[in-house]
Design a protein around this ligand. Structure first.
Ligand code: ADP
Length: 186
């Protein structure tokens, strides 16, 4: 089975930069870059639903009926089981669509990371993996998204002991290197 490849460990080993398919992650939780319908889509969303099977979609439909009838707002996060995934939970969050940078995109993206980490903390998830939220179909520039993701995650880790370790999983080594070049420490 193709495992995630670790490129770099930052923040005393609590932040891991890795390359690969996030559906293979064997920790407690993975984050899904969902869309507000929660009914699946392309990119990492499609990959997670394909690998995790129908249980995840059923739970998403229940969340729509009971909690978010008009869809999950941008920047919010909800939890389902991981279905057939190795990870026990999927935390679904809706990233902002890039609209030039003056439409609160950064605030919304920070909120995705914070709310997802807060859900992971409540679940007592020791290890959680994030994809690069919004940088695919939603068009958020990778360098800008890197700075936001790093700020949000490092800020949360400095104030919380759980999750112990956060993985940022990039689909390609090129994407991971863009991240590493863009962040303030490396
Ligand atoms: P968004 O709509 O939030 O932009 P996408 O799924 O289109 O979401 O893309 C988010 C990021 O996820 C992109 O950087 C893309 O390369 C990456 N990605 C797509 N599939 C996977 C996967 N199986 N594992 C990890 N990352 C993935």
């Amino acid at each position: 089975m193709d495992r995630l490849h670790t490129l770099r460990e930052l923040i005393d080993g609590r932040l891991i930069i890795a390359v690969g398919d996030i559906t293979k992650f064997e920790g407690d939780a993975i984050v899904n870059a969902a869309n507000s319908t929660l009914y699946g889509g392309g990119g990492v969303d499609g990959a997670i639903h394909r690998a995790g099977g129908p249980a995840i979609l059923n739970e998403c439909a229940k969340i729509r009926r009971k909690q978010w009838r008009d869809g999950l707002p941008t920047g919010k996060a909800v939890v389902t089981s991981g279905g057939r995934l190795p990870a026990r939970y999927v935390i679904h969050t809706v990233g902002p669509m890039w609209a030039g940078g003056n439409h609160n995109e950064a605030e919304a993206l920070i909120s995705c990371y914070r709310e997802s980490l807060e859900e992971a903390r409540k679940l007592q998830a020791a290890q959680i993996a994030f994809p690069s939220i919004s940088t695919g179909a939603f068009g958020y520039p990778r360098e800008k998204a890197a700075v936001v993701a790093y700020q949000a995650v490092s800020g949360f880790l400095s104030q919380n002991t759980v999750p112990e370790r956060v993985w940022l999983v990039f689909f390609t080594p090129e994407d991971a290197n863009v991240f590493l070049k863009a962040i303030p420490v490396n």
